[in-house]
Design a protein. Structure first.
Length: 445
């Protein structure tokens, strides 16, 4: 695409030069002008022939005319509740892609894989297996910590890694050979929203407790920074081992610091942590609790005493447009779903990868990576479905894909330029609803 754009510019400049020469000629320069036109026409013909030869050579050099897409998502582990909606999002996208004619004229080859969590080697095994099967792109992991265990292996093999759920700020500038992308905003934004929500609610002091891994550390640092910058007091800032047998000491420290609210940043182990907080009198029925995308769940707290979670507020990356219609489609696609978190981002990730391969005319990982920013937002014509976008590409039109979550424009690091954080409140142990949202440019770490 970049080569074609440059050649178009050359051709336009050539035509402009010819027009300028004709306008400046008088009757005495007719022969000179004709000679100039003939020479320029020959040069333009040579450039066109060279361009066609280059495009033919590029097509012949493509080693991967069929897109092979892998997933590395949490079927097991401490983020397993996020697995079903993420797998469903990918599978829904592939159904739409194949119904529209596939990628480069063929159905997408799909290899499903588990990511496990950082306590296992499942992600590494999945990546090894998928690389051996020739994948050019892998969607996942959900956990930033898991992604950091395999990102070098994936990107050093010229394969795209595209996460629908990684939010750790450390991944923004991680050296990835230009092959790592994500379409959930860095937690620099989510931390700012948590802090703002607390301040706007009249909270002046807050404790922050987070799992000790890249996700927890990054989100905790952002939350603390912005809450203190807004004039709030952080009474306790703790990191914990998610595999610890007990959180009694950590909760005792929080209680002793007497905060007005507690931000709990974790995954599945948050259930045990909240149980200890309830036991020590600093649970949801005692003070304001804030949850995050890693533990905002409709099922995790269902066995708590009735209405324990009522009033708990949680934040999660979402989209800049109403997602209810897409959630309804997800429920129809997989009636067993109870959570929809990151399903829309997974759908958009698969669609963007397919469009990038279609745009590049080749399913090589490096070609996909080079085209991702172009199809996601390069000032081209807006399109919102794979079928419509693919038709525009076939017609030679530059596109700007706005997916089910809205615009997906990337910055130079493969991060979203702009993100949306949804603010939710529990009405029972198993039900929560959005009470507000914030859409903003994602700050760099």
């Amino acid at each position: 695409m970049k080569r074609t754009m440059v050649l178009k510019t050359v051709a336009v400049l050539g035509a402009a030069s010819l027009a300028l020469a004709a306008c400046s000629s008088d009757s005495g320069d007719t022969e000179t002008s004709a000679a100039t036109e003939e020479t320029s026409a020959e040069a333009t013909a040579e450039e066109t022939a060279d361009a066609a030869a280059e495009e033919t050579a590029d097509a012949a050099a493509c080693q991967n005319p069929t897109l092979i897409l892998g997933t590395m998502l949490p079927a097991t582990g401490d983020l397993a509740f996020l697995g079903p909606p993420e797998f469903a999002g990918v599978e829904m996208a592939l159904a739409d892609i194949d119904a529209a004619g596939g990628v480069l004229g063929a159905p997408v080859t799909y290899i499903e894989g588990d990511s496990g969590d950082t306590t296992t080697d499942i992600a590494s095994q999945t990546v090894d297996s998928q690389l051996a099967q020739g994948v050019q792109a892998i969607i996942g992991a959900a956990s930033s910590g898991v992604s950091l265990t395999v990102i070098d292996k994936i990107t050093s093999n010229g394969v795209v890694q595209f996460s629908p759920a990684n939010t750790a700020p450390i991944l923004t500038t991680y050296p990835d050979n230009g092959l790592y992308f994500r379409n959930s905003p860095s937690d620099v934004l989510q931390g700012a929203v948590i802090a703002a929500q607390a301040v706007d609610s009249g909270i002046t002091s807050m404790a922050v407790i987070a799992r000790q891994d890249p996700y927890g550390e990054g989100l905790a640092a952002a939350t603390v920074k912005d809450f203190e910058a807004a004039g709030g007091t952080v009474t306790s800032n703790l990191l914990y081992d998610p595999a610890a047998p007990s959180f009694e000491a950590e909760v005792a420290e929080i209680k002793a610091s007497k905060p007005e609210a507690v931000a709990v940043i974790g995954f599945e182990e948050s259930v045990k942590l909240l149980q200890e907080m309830i036991k020590q009198g600093v649970g949801p029925q005692d003070i304001q609790i804030y949850l995050v995308d890693g533990n905002l769940s409709a099922t995790a707290f269902e066995n708590f005493p009735a209405n324990t979670m009522k009033g708990v507020v949680g934040t999660i990356p979402t989209g800049s447009i109403d997602l209810q219609a897409f959630y309804d489609k997800m429920a129809a696609f997989d009636p067993s779903l109870t959570d929809y978190t990151y399903g829309p981002q997974s759908y958009d990730a698969a669609t963007l990868i397919a469009l990038a391969a279609q745009q590049a005319g080749c399913a090589d990982g490096t070609a996909i990576a080079a085209a991702l920013a172009e199809v996601a937002g390069n000032g081209g014509e807006k399109c919102t479905t794979y079928a419509d976008c693919a038709a525009l590409i076939a017609a030679g039109t530059e596109i700007d894909y706005d997916g089910v979550t809205g615009p997906s424009d990337f910055n130079e690091y493969g991060d979203l330029l702009e993100g949306t954080i949804s603010i939710n409140e529990y009405s029972s142990n198993t039900e929560f609803a959005e009470i507000g949202s914030v859409t903003a440019v994602v700050p760099l770490p």
